[in-house]
Ligand binder design. Sequence first.
Ligand code: FME
Ligand code: ZN
Ligand code: ZN
Length: 422
Amino acid sequence: SPAPSDAVSRFQEYLRIDTAQPAPDYAAAVAFLRDQAAAAGLEARTLEPAAGKPLLVLRWLGRRPSLPSILLNSHTDVVPSEPKKWEHAPFSAALDEASGRIYARGSQDMKCVGMQYLEAIRRLRDAGFVPDRNIYITFVPDEEIGGHEGVELFVTSKEFKEMNVGLVLDEGLASPGEEYRVFYAERSPWWLIIKAKGAPGHGAKLYDGSAMENLMKSVEAIRRFRTSQFDLVKSGEKSEGDVVSVNFAYLKAGTPTPTGFVMNLQPSEAEIGIDIRMPPNVHIEALERRLAEEWAPSSRNLTFEFKQKGTVFDNFGKPAMTLADSSNPWWPVFEEAVKRAGGKLSKPEIFPASTDARYFRQIGIPAFGFSPMANTPILLHDHNEFLSKDEYLKGIEIYKSIIKALATHKGDEVDEESRAEL
Ligand SMILES: CSCC[C@H](NC=O)C(=O)O
Ligand SMILES: [Zn+2]
Ligand SMILES: [Zn+2]
């Protein structure tokens, strides 16, 4: 088996490819990954569901390729960064010798996972293991901007259907404690814009019906709702993924001047942007009514539109969730494999943000979100994102155990179950 330092330098090499949105270097990432795939003895195929957005599919052929396969998914793009606010340049993948931390954009989200899949497979193959099922490893574009030209298209393709996927693994989150987190569902993004119109006038005059007044009433109502949800989390009654989160993304109003804004003019238009995340089990009609009646009533000269309104349902009309208990035959296999490798799992949760896993769950394919990073602060999308080299290497061993267990046909239970679901 390869020296751990080789695995670390391969990880660093991937991290050094600048795949930041909005202009990710997908060509460089795919070239690098194809080399890695060849070294791991995997078949590679580059699809392009949307032009210029390569989606790499690797395959480790199983002994019984007609069994439902396992799909190990990761996205190749990363979010932008503000390099000046980082201690190490975001694409340097600097290894701090004292702490063992590797600093890079994507070190947690989620180039670690993509490379860990490949390293685990290399090691399993070197040890002579042969999977029963086909194992697919996908490296997908554009997750960070919604996956519309990535996995959302991919799951509708003939190539995807032919893969006969029974279970998907996708990303999770780091955890500061020693337990790994695992996610069985996620919240849906609703990106809402509310626009207000109102009577303009002198900045000194008190009057009703200005655009700002019309909109600020909404802000107050939205904030009351936000507080009620946040309180449930603060009191410990609910966890982050179980409530509706509402956060203001921008406020736009006023009449600009070269040095600022006009101060004595009440504007006739104003606008806010809100990031809402909807858990799969929430009462959607209630929130929609609240929106129409309290947050953006036309009686107050308000209109609203969605920039993004993800569904919380799967194509069969049920909340898009993967069962994480013994009624799902994949679950105990996954859970035991983590344990066997010395990992501890905390109670399965709803992912608070959004990942490509939602597109798989929507078409009825079970998916777990999992990134083996314990003892690690949650730094995805943050400055100074890092992962320690030891956690990274531990994660490879965890995936070795998981992939081995999932790849092995243990009887017909799992396969009958997934066939019935498809
Ligand atoms: C509208 S999909 C956006 C996807 C993005 N994913 C990870 O952060 C997110 O904001 O959750
Ligand atoms: Zn991610
Ligand atoms: Zn992300």
